[in-house]
Design a protein. Structure first.
Lengths: 370, 55
């Protein structure tokens, strides 16, 4: 088991260091965006309340006349008063086809100065989640995550037999360097295992988020939309504010987070899809799905998202540690530094031991009788 | 004593801390953060202690 852990760790040490470093940057993405002047100015939620979404859509259409809006999303906590509009070319049906426009709700003004999708931290996120290679990159990241889980498991199994005669967490600094590195690797590894297991497993789940969303769109949602499959998508979405009101009324205590317009992969040619979030605690991380008839907003179908999508949604805060304010982010940063230390001490201990053995070998040959 | 006894307690602290932070509100999340910091404090405490035989 130790041999498997050693070789898997040598191969994956670089990946672990890479994910730890990029994850560390992403923990502070709000601060970094603000420092680089790439964060949209957060308006007041009170000012924006009641501002028509239809005006925001019209502003987005004026800014990108060659495209049509596919979805809207808002982040009432982080960016109150701002709406992100995904604009797609004719025939575009998925967010992958979209260009993004940020609209200030209260003034229905497109914020051209906000480089959506082109900020430094957005690039780091794409590097962390997709290795800048799109869905294929997500797949590779998922495989790396699975391999890292294997490395963590073998490390824990190998820990017991090697620590039988040693006190917990002992670091023997007085002996040679390799021993101190191995002890440090064992201590940091075994202590951070609980956190590492959660963060790696949720990372694997998140890497599967795209295909799982597609699975939902092509199974449950496709079944709901089947009667309207041949219709042309409803183009007049001027009743978008009425749609949002009906959706929020259908699920009391929740507010809209994402609204998908008719004609998208995640809606039907005749329906809006609304994803509604709670306001506190666990509810804030779980979304409820509502399908609303664009031609008759009275017809609302509310559905719970399937378990596999709820698991992906729950993975996000657990992976990024962005759900408990500053104390939690600080802890996340310290754990990320510990996993970086693991990625360094493991291979380093191996290299130091190898060099030591290589140095010992020629001297042994020198004293051997010819 | 099994070499896994103390680590298992620290793993439980990690998972309990994460769960309290995720599911809790109104102060429970702060308790979660404190519980989650226990493994980190354990590393600091061990690093401050010298191994037998070290100078």
């Amino acid at each position: 088991m130790l041999a498997i852990h050693r070789w898997a760790g040598l191969v994956l040490g670089l990946a672990m260091g890479f994910f730890s470093l990029t994850g560390l940057v992403l923990l502070f993405h709000h601060e970094i965006d603000a420092l680089l002047g790439q964060a949209p100015a957060a308006a007041s939620l009170e000012v924006a309340r009641g501002a028509p979404l239809a005006d925001a859509l019209a502003a987005a259409r004026r800014a990108r006349p060659d495209r049509r809006p596919l979805f809207l999303s808002q982040d009432a906590e982080e960016h109150p008063g701002l709406v992100l509009v995904g604009m797609v070319p004719p025939g575009g049906r998925t967010p992958a086809d979209a260009e993004f426009v940020v609209v200030e709700l209260s003034r229905a003004r497109v914020l051209d100065e906000v480089p959506v999708g082109e900020t430094f931290t957005q690039t780091v996120l794409e590097l962390h989640a997709q290795l800048l290679a799109g869905p294929a990159g997500s797949f590779v990241v998922g495989l790396l995550g699975l391999a890292l889980l294997l490395t963590l498991g073998t490390g824990v199994i190998a820990y017991g037999p090697t620590m039988k005669r040693l006190a917990f967490g002992v670091v023997r600094r007085g002996k040679h360097r390799r021993l101190a590195l191995v002890d440090l690797h064992r201590l940091v590894g075994v202590v951070s295992f609980g956190w590492l297991l959660v963060v790696t497993a949720t990372g694997v789940l998140l890497s599967a988020g795209g295909p799982l969303l597609k699975l939902f769109a092509t199974t449950e949602l496709a079944a709901l939309a089947a009667p309207y499959a041949g219709e042309a998508p409803v183009d007049d979405v001027s009743n978008v504010d009425e749609i949002v009101r009906r959706a929020e009324a259908a699920v009391p205590g929740r507010r809209w987070s994402i609204l998908v317009l008719p004609g998208a992969e995640l809606s039907s040619p005749r329906h809006f899809s609304a994803l509604l979030e709670g306001t506190e605690g666990l509810e804030a991380h779980l979304l409820t799905f509502a399908l609303l008839d664009a031609t008759d907003p009275d017809v609302v179908q509310v559905r719970q998202l399937p378990g596999y999508l709820q698991a992906v949604l729950l993975s996000q805060p657990l992976h990024f540690g962005d759900y408990g304010g500053w104390p939690l982010r600080l802890l996340w940063a310290l754990f990320a530094l510990m996993s970086l230390a693991l990625a360094v001490t493991g291979p380093l201990a191996f290299l130091v031991g190898r060099r030591r053995r290589a140095r010992r070998l020629p001297s042994a040959e020198a004293v051997a009788p010819s | 004593m099994s070499p896994y006894r103390l680590p298992a307690l620290l793993w439980l602290a990690s998972w309990l801390g994460l769960a309290l932070c995720l599911f809790g509100d109104g102060g429970l999340d702060l308790v979660g953060a404190i519980v989650l910091s226990v493994p980190l404090l354990a590393v600091l405490a061990r690093l401050r202690r010298r191994a037998p035989g070290d100078e």
